[in-house]
Design a protein around this ligand. Sequence first.
Ligand code: ATP
Length: 483
Amino acid sequence: MPLVRTDSMQDIDFTLRRQFGKKSFRPQQREIINATLEGKDVFVQAATSFGKSLCFQLPAVIDHGITIVISPLLSLMMDQVKALRNSNIDARTLNSNTPFAERDHIMKDLGTGHPLTRLLYVTPELCSGPYFRERLELVHRQKELARIAVDEAHCISEWGHDFRKDFKRLSWFRERFPDVPIMCLTATANEQVRNDILTTLGINGPNLKAFTMSAFRPNLHLEVRFTSDQTDDRYDDFVSWLKGVYERRGKPDRKPELDEMGERVENVSGIIYTTSRDECESLAASLRSHDIAARPFHAKLANQDKERTLQKWIRNEVGYDIIVATTAFGMGIDKDDVRFVVHWRLPKSFEGYYQEAGRAGRDGKASYCFLYYSREDRDRVCGMIVKDNTSGDRRDKGGEANKRARMESHEALVRYCEDTGGCRHAAITKYFGEKEVPKCDFACDWHKDREGLKRRWREGLASEEWVCTQREEGAFEDYYYSE
Ligand SMILES: Nc1ncnc2c1ncn2[C@@H]1O[C@H](COP(=O)(O)OP(=O)(O)OP(=O)(O)O)[C@@H](O)[C@H]1O
C-alpha cells in the first residue's frame, strides 16, 4: 500500500491557493480530490473547461510519492508540464521528444525508488516498455507510487472515435499494482465507452467512485450554418458576422467600456478550424487582406513560429486575434477568453466537434460556436472515414467495433446538423447519454429562431439528388484531413 499522509485533507485549500493560485474549488472538484486522497479509484466525466487537470495535479502535490499521468497528446503534456513548472511544481514528461539528458535524469530519479518528481507525464506507448515498467516496480516497492491518472480516458475504448491501441495495455497497472489508486478523466464518453474504460482499467469494483457531470455548457451559443459547394458563402457570412461584432463594440455606448478594460475593438479572440493546411493558410491570408488579424497554425509550421503565434494570441496582441487552425491546434490551450470557435467544415466526429467547440468561453461568458455544414462535405468526410477504416496504415488501427464507432459518430454529427426540430444543447447531452434536458436560455439557433432555422436548412443546402449525382461521378473523392 502506498504511504498515505493523514493530514492530506487539511492541506487542500492551502495548496489550491498557494501552489495553484486559485481562490476556491469549482463544484465537485473538492469531492473528487478527497475521493482520490482516500485511496478510491475515481472516474471523472466532466465538460470541457471544468478543470479536470486540477483533480490529479493537486493530490500529486499534497500526497507522498509520484503521480504518473498518462496522456495521448504530446502538446497537451508539454503545456501542462510548463504550467506546473511555472508554479514551482516538479513536473516532467517522458515521451518520444524528450531530450537524452532529461530522459536520463528522469530514469535516474525513478531508479532511486524515492523520486523527487511529483508528476510524470507519459504516453501510453511508453508505459508498455520493459525498462520503464521495471523502474515503476522499483518505485512501487518503496511505496512511492502515489497514483495513476489517465487523461483523455475515452481513448481506451474501441467503442469511441479516438481509440488508441496502447491505451488498452494500461490494464497492466491494476494487474501489477492492485493497491495503487487509479483516476481516469474524460470529457466525452457515452455509456458504452464509460463501461469499457472501467473494465479495461480494472476499476469497476466497489472501490470506484464515479463523478459524471453534465456536458452542458450554457454559455456556448451553438449554431449550424448551412452551405453548399455551389453557393459557398462561408467567407462572406463569417466576415459580415465578425465585422458586425466589431461595429457594435466600436459604438459610443460600448467603446468607453472597452477602453477602460484596456481592450481593442477588434480583440475578439477566436479559432477557426479548417481541415487542410492549404485552406488554413489561404483563409488566414484572405482574412488579413480584409483587415482581420488572422494567423495560420498547422503541423508543418516551424515550432518557433507556432510558439510565437500561440503566445501572441494568448496575450491578445495586435495582429493575433484569430487563429486559423487544423486539428493540430487546441488541445491543452489554456486561454479562457476565446469568444468564438468556427468549424469551417464538418469535423470527423461528434466528440471531436464538441471538444473543439468547447475551447470557447472557458471564462463562462457568452461565446459563439458556428459549424458550417454542407452535404458535399458530409459525403467527403464519410468517404474519408471509409478509406481510413480500410487502409493498412492507420496508426492505431482498431477492430470492427472501432470502425463502426467512427462511422456512427460521424452519422450522429450529420443528424445533429440536419436536425431543425430541437435544441442543440439537448441533442448534445442526449448523445452523451444524459437523461435530463438542459436549460438552454436562447443559446442555440433553434431556441433563437425556429422558423428561420428551418428556412435556412431548406434554402441553404444542396439537394440530395444533386449530391447523389455528384457522388456517383466521384466528385467527393480525394479529400483528406491534415494536421
Ligand atoms: N478551482 C478553480 N478555480 C479557477 N480556475 C480553475 C479552477 N480549476 C481549474 N481552473 C481553470 O480552468 C481551466 C480549465 O481547466 P482544465 O484545462 O483542467 O479543464 P479540463 O476539464 O481538462 O478541460 P478540457 O477537457 O477542455 O481539457 C484552466 O484554466 C484551469 O486553470
